[in-house]
Write a protein that binds this ligand. Structure first.
Ligand code: ADP
Ligand code: MG
Length: 593
């Protein structure tokens, strides 16, 4: 009978039992209506009762003999339960079962299934068959045994409906059909509910997965921007927001080149990436923002997943890495060139000293008032005055001056070169860098040689000194030398620029930066292109005409800062706009000294 009553089982029964109640699957109010109408039509009492809970979902025609007597007395109730259980066990297999209870009344149970799970029972009864004489004696005895009011009890017995056997069969057929209908309905509804729940669970999973993925994308240190083939933004992670200052809501669906004009040409890379299915690179792009040079790597990856066309743009800010690389390259370069220069300087120093010494002696031995000059001239039979006259007339004296001047100039260069190796005999102390800067400025103003060439007074000096910047332990004169080089370079560079709106200006900044003091010397001069910027710290690199520049000012400064003070010196510039030298010197506590 299970085939005819319940649909085929394919859902584990524990799921059915655990998760769904009969009343979740069937509208019990409508069912109650049906049961009542059925009772009115047939006079057969019936009830639909849950298997596990015993809950009554619907019922009509309850008999007084049950409600007032048998179910009300513990002992007779035990008999009722016994018969209920018996019926339940019998109908597990799916067959309806008729049973005459221990209290003497008939009951027929028809199981209702949800898939293979017996979830409720459609009970018919209680009733008597009309061909069976009612055993009033038995009921009398029952009344005595359980102290029921005999008259009322027997009245209740008499009012129990009596049916012909054929009639009961007819009603039973109806109930079997009804149970089958309810079984199908319950199973179908359960399937639908499970489907709904599955869909809900899938949706939750999807949302979770989406959150998980956007968490991953957002925690990336790179800016990740998704675009469709037309270049409209589909993804915009946190880093992209940070890097561009454009919030995600504004970015999504916007056209990438309109949104980020600085990414001009990116559309070409996107199209090429999608067409060739190969990533496209644009490495180490250089740009200015917030008055600083930045570097970024841009990679465009094609999206190759099925059904999704588009690309992902990854932008990495590599400014720090590039700066570090440049600093390391510079430091390596300085180590080798600096060493070489110092070595050369030592070698040249001796012959140069000889040249200068001999020039000095030649002068003394011709123009000096040494006795020996007269004596030797006389021995040679020439008058010293004649020799002097001859030398003057032949411009030899000027040549001597030339030798001396050139020699002295060479000596200055050699002296500078020697500072690449000099480390000892320095007078270190605690200095406020603001003070050293101001001292240097004063020096520059009174530097006659410099004043001759540049009108330093015309340059506007803006001091941005942060109060209470700690002093640093350094060689004051050396640091002043560095500042002097930077200020001179700035003045020289600004002299080459034609100012239409602004005027020449140097900004001096001093502030603490972690455990360093940062000094910035920034001018609004002509700036430099990238190749010049890469080479400015190299010894002997100069863009100035011969005789004017030695190309040593910055390299010596670099050496003083990096090598002798464990600091750093870096340069940044925007061509045509500004140049900024940044010097960091470590703050050393007294205990470290
Ligand atoms: P020099 O001043 O003898 O040329 P430096 O080492 O002092 O040597 O400077 C090297 C080069 O760096 C200069 O020739 C110039 O091209 C460039 N430079 C230095 N400072 C600046 C500046 N403030 N603005 C523009 N260019 C500069
Ligand atoms: Mg210079």
């Amino acid at each position: 009978m299970s085939d005819s009553l319940g649909p085929k089982a394919h859902i584990p029964s524990d799921i059915v039992r655990k998760k769904y109640n009969f009343s979740d699957l069937i509208n019990v109010e409508e069912l109650q209506n049906l049961v009542e109408v059925n009772y009115a039509a047939t006079g057969m009492p019936s009830g639909i009762i849950g298997v596990d809970t015993g809950e009554i979902y619907a019922g009509a025609g309850w008999q007084r003999i049950c409600t007032h007597f048998h179910r009300a007395h513990p002992k007779t109730n035990a008999l009722c339960i016994k018969s209920d259980t018996f019926i339940l066990n019998k109908i597990q297999a799916g067959e309806p079962h008729a049973y005459k209870c221990a209290n003497g009344l008939w009951d027929i149970g028809v199981p209702i299934f949800c898939f293979d799970q017996h979830i409720a029972t459609y009970f018919l009864g209680q009733f008597f068959y009309d061909d069976e004489p009612v055993d009033l004696e038995f009921f009398s005895k029952q009344a005595d045994q359980y102290s029921f009011d005999k008259k009322e009890y027997l009245d209740a017995v008499r009012s129990v409906p009596r049916f012909k056997r054929e009639k009961v069969q007819e009603i039973l057929r109806h109930n079997i059909a009804m149970s089958k209908f309810l079984s199908n309905l319950a199973s179908r509804n359960m399937e639908r509910q499970m489907e709904l729940e599955h869909r809900k669970r899938t949706e939750i999973e999807l949302v979770k997965l989406q959150n998980y993925l956007s968490n991953i994308i957002n925690s990336m240190p790179s800016a990740i921007i998704g675009v469709d083939p037309a270049g409209n933004v589909t993804q915009w992670n946190n880093r992209a927001e940070q890097l561009t200052g454009i919030p995600q809501q504004k970015a999504i669906n916007a056209e990438i080149e309109t949104l980020l004009p600085s990414l001009s040409g990116i559309m070409q890379s996107i199209t090429r990436a999608i067409e060739t299915r190969e990533k496209q690179f644009d490495l180490k792009r250089r740009f200015h923002s917030d008055g600083k040079t930045h570097h970024e790597d841009i990679t465009v990856y094609p999206l190759i997943a099925n059904g999704v066309e588009g690309a992902v743009i990854r932008i990495d800010d590599i400014t720090e890495r590039v700066n570090l690389e440049q600093m390391m390259i510079q430091s390596e370069k300085m180590m080798s060139i600096g060493g070489l220069a110092a070595g050369m300087a030592h070698e040249i120093n001796n012959p140069l000293a000889a040249i200068l010494g001999y020039t000095h002696n030649i002068r003394r031995r011709i123009f000096g008032s040494l006795n020996k000059n007269e004596v030797v001239a006389e021995e040679c039979g020439i008058s010293l005055d004649n020799i002097r006259q001859y030398i003057e007339n032949r411009d030899i004296l000027k040549m001597l001056d030339g030798i001396q001047e050139s020699g002295e100039r060479a000596a200055t260069i050699i002296n500078n070169m020697l500072s690449f190796s000099r480390k000892s005999e320095k007078k270190y102390g605690r200095y406020n860098l603001e003070q050293l800067l101001d001292d240097t400025l004063e020096l520059l103003v009174i530097d006659y040689d410099f004043k001759k060439r540049y009108d330093f007074g015309k340059i506007k000096i803006i001091r941005e000194y942060t109060a209470d910047t700690p002093a640093v332990y350094c060689e004051g004169n050396e640091i002043k030398q560095v500042f002097l080089n930077l200020l001179k370079n700035a003045s020289e560079a600004m002299a080459d620029k034609h100012y239409s709106h602004a005027s020449p200006c140097i900004i001096l900044r001093v502030k603490q930066d972690d455990d360093m003091v940062l000094v910035e010397v920034e001018d609004n001069g002509p700036g430099m292109d990238e190749t010049t910027m890469k080479r400015v710290l190299d010894p002997f690199f100069t863009t100035k005409p011969t005789g004017k520049g030695t190309g040593l000012g910055l390299s010596v400064s670099y050496f003083i800062i990096n090598d002798q003070h464990n600091g750093t010196m870096t340069v940044d510039s925007a061509q045509g706009k500004w140049t900024r030298f940044s010097i960091r010197l470590p703050i050393i506590t007294t205990e470290e000294l």
